[in-house]
Each structure stands twice: as C-alpha cells, then as structure tokens.
Design a protein around this ligand. Sequence first.
Ligand code: NAD
Length: 414
Amino acid sequence: MSTELPTHHNPFSEVNEKVAIAGDFLHLKPGLVQAMSTCEREVVIAIPLRRGDDVEVLTGYRVQHSSARGPRKGGIRFHQDVDLNEVRALASLMTWKTALIDVPFGGAKGGVAVDATQLSAIEKEEIIRRWTRSLVHVLGHHRDIPAPDLGTDAKTMAWLMDEYHRLEGFQPACVTGKPVGLFGAAGREEATGRGVAHIAAATLKENGVKVNGARVVVQGFGNVGKYAALICEELGMKVIAVSDVTGGVVNRKGLDIKSLMVHPTLASADVNERVGAAEVLEIECDVLIPAALGGVINDGNVDRIKADFIVEGANQPITSSADKKLRAAGSIIVPDILANSGGVMGSYFEWTQNIQEFSWPIEKFRRELDTRMEQAFTNTHKVSKKYKTDLRTAAFIVAVERVSQAFEMRGSLV
Ligand code: NAD
C-alpha cells in the first residue's frame, strides 16, 4: 500500500473550505473571507546547486499568507513534493495556528523542492544560504521569521541565521528553532512533540478514556514524531508502533522509544516485528498520531484506519474527504492547528527571549508551553460545544474570528 496522494487533493482549497465554513458560522462578509483566503505575497526563486561537474536548478518558495496579527511566521520544508500550492496551504495554516493559540504572529511558509535525504551537509548549507540571500528583502524579525519543518533542522536554521547576519547584521530573532548553543531556546526542539503528547492525553481524559496504558501509534519518527512518542510514553501511554520513511517497527507490549531515538533511521533498530511505513497507519490503537507528511489518510486507506482518536502531528495528514468519513464513523480528530501548535508556541518563546536578550530555564519554557496549550485546548472544546461542531471547525472559528477582528481593527480592508 502506498501513501500516494489522490490527484484531486488540493491542500490550499481544503484549508480555505474550513475558512469559509468558519466565516459562515461567524456571519462574515464574503469579501473579508476572500481576503483571508488569499496569500499576501508569494515569492518563487531559482536555486542553482553545484552537483558534481554540473549544476542542478532547484525551485524555492516563500509564501506570506497574512500579517494581520503580527510578523509572518512559518517553517521551511525541504521535500521533493513541495510546490506552490502546498506552500500556500501551509502558510495559511500558520495564520490560523498562531491566531488559535493567540501569539502575535501572522502566517508564512517556505520550501525547496528537493529530496532532503539525498543531500550532503554542504549541499544543504548551500541551498539554505542561497534561499536566505534571495529572500532576505522579505525576511526579518519583525517581517517574517522562518523555522524548521520537514527535512530541515536546528543546524539548517543556524546556517540561515549566519547568512542573515552577514547581510543584515546581528538579529538572532530573525529565525527560530536554532541550536541551543546558538541563540536557540532550551525546550524548543521537543516543543511540537510535547504539545502533541499533552493534547493526546487531554483528549483521552476529556472523553473518559484512561491515559495509562492507552495504545499509541506514531507515523513519522523525525522531530515531531520522536518527541510525541517519547512524551506519550512518559505520560503513561504505550507506544506500540512507530514508522519513518524506511518502514515501521511494532511491539504490542510497548516500544522503548529512547532506545529507538539513537538510530539515524528505524532501519537499523533492533526489533522483532516490522511493517511497511504506510501499514503502520492501519494498526488498531487508541491514539493514532500521523507526524510525517500531508494527505497520508485519504480515500485509499480511510476504511482501514482503526483508531478512536487521531491527533494530527503533521500538517493536513487527513484529506477533507477522509476526515468526513472518519468523523461519520465516530473517530475524534484533533486538528493540526491545535495539535501541533506547540512548535510555533515554542518558537514564540524563543523569539521573545532573543529580542529581550534574556534566556529562560527549560522548566519555565515547559511550564508556559503546557499552560498555554491547555488554554488553547480548553477554549477549542468550549467553542465546539457552543457551536455544536467538531474540533476542527471550532478551531477555525476561534482563529478566523481573531484574524477577521484584526483586519477590521486595522481599518484598511472591506
Ligand atoms: P522531520 O523531517 O524531522 O521528520 C519527518 C519524519 O517523517 C522522518 O522520520 C521521515 O523519515 C518520516 N517520513 C517521511 N516520509 C514518510 C512516509 N512516507 N512514511 C512514514 N514516515 C515518513 O520533520 P518534522 O519537523 O518532524 O515534521 C513532520 C510534520 O510535522 C510535517 O508535516 C510538519 O509540517 C509538521 N510540523 C512540524 C513542526 C516542527 O516544529 N518541526 C511543527 C508543526 C508541524
């Protein structure tokens, strides 16, 4: 079975469908909904990369969806499937995420269409430096602040910061997700996964299911998936399967996540039971955490998903059509803009620390993260009860209301 996306999957239209539904609930003017469904700025660049004796020209992107509530914020993805439409969708999701958790940012996203697993360190550095040089005029700590995403990490952000400093002078708040030894924040690396795990536990409690011993499956064992699995385990859940691009590993009694984390990929892990990367999604469990790519739960496999709760660690892991089927079958889905918002919350903490030149101990970082994630979770539930709707629609109602109010208060539109 493959995780190939159905050809009709259009991630940006799917986000805008949710914006339109929220707009209807809030009785917003059509022009305002249209403005919030359109990206403010889209920049496409060519990145020539030396490869052997030749040059390969890659395509890079930065899409700024909204600055209504503050400087644009969003990650940079290195993946072969990156295209303008996907970057638009991810940029707009950042607008809704930052509004939902009430941090003073707008939304943006960037990417380069390249297979990150095939790049040497020096090639990766050349790409991110070129990306930064070409886009420096639209970046900056009060304009647009990148962060890591699929295929990029703290090291990539350090190169980005270094290139930015060469061009514009010292301003470490120009990018988040940096190494802790280089203006990063202790706690940021684990923040997305930590948020996912705490939201999973809160969802089980809210629905009267025991957290202790709850069976968890995680697809994707990178930044988000590793820490989500580790912290689920710390909270008493039993992680029975995880997968990465090389395949999945299973132990029905519970995997030892720390021992898996030392392997560069799961291919070298010492386990008895293995399954294909995509089959992991179909294992019967209480909580399924897709934490890799978008669109992995779609019409092709939705009938075989056997999880009561799905907590979206990745962005848009479920297509709109599969989402409807799962909800009709009784699954409870915690949407990406809530479930994985610990990442941008953590980036906000890093950004404020850089601007204030005052660093927090990790305990404070974790305390603030847990408190504010819980507030976002409680508020989303309250709104879902008020409007008698699912959690995704409720999350969009909260976010769209905040962004539309910012638009109106600025006085420049409709
Ligand atoms: P990452 O590059 O660190 O890890 C991605 C993981 O997915 C890797 O383990 C990779 O092997 C695996 N993978 C790739 N293709 C797969 C497949 N077909 N089947 C199974 N596993 C596969 O990326 P990340 O930062 O962990 O991001 C993962 C997802 O979470 C993305 O959708 C990203 O947008 C989202 N996200 C990330 C953050 C963050 O702070 N890093 C924040 C919010 C959302």
